[in-house]
Design a binder for this molecule. Sequence first.
Ligand SMILES: CC(C)(COP(=O)(O)OP(=O)(O)OC[C@H]1O[C@@H](n2cnc3c(N)ncnc32)[C@H](O)[C@@H]1OP(=O)(O)O)[C@@H](O)C(=O)NCCC(=O)NCCS
Length: 137
Amino acid sequence: MIRFLEYNDLHNGFLVCLGELYEVDWLACGKVFAEKSMTKNTYILVYVENFKILGTASLILDRKFGHNGRYSAIIEDVAVRKESQGKGVGEALVRVLIKSAQDLGAYKVILNSSDHNLHFYEKLGFKKHENAMRLDL
Ligand SMILES: CC(C)(COP(=O)(O)OP(=O)(O)OC[C@H]1O[C@@H](n2cnc3c(N)ncnc32)[C@H](O)[C@@H]1OP(=O)(O)O)[C@@H](O)C(=O)NCCC(=O)NCCS
């Protein structure tokens, strides 16, 4: 089942999933959850099986002054726990986000991918476009 993130998910596998992507700050997570749940245009999905979180993916919507005021949608934090990878969890999550972005009127969906995961996103219809830039602070 795919649904929105709930507070109790944090320690029921959600942070373990994110640990596949980056070092997670377990102490700050309650505060982060509180802030994110109040943030408009941020959607965090989780994939649940047998009451355990197997994966997660997020969508952030940015309304544009152009494109008839439609949203640009950004996919972030796609992560599946190690033992559940390769079983369709990531694909299912990203497909729901793409459909949601479409239903909400977005004109495009963008994301950053490592070289390693390019094929995963290409299978979902994404194409390389321009370059990602980053300034570490
Ligand atoms: C990348 C990730 C999200 C993919 O999720 P997943 O549940 O393992 O992938 P799925 O099982 O849904 O894969 C769907 C398809 O993509 C393919 N695929 C998945 N990861 C791939 C990869 N890294 N390289 C090439 N193909 C890949 C699968 O083989 C599958 O193809 P198939 O339909 O022909 O069998 C997951 O492996 C993960 O969490 N990795 C660690 C964190 C990470 O790198 N996140 C992405 C940030 S950009």
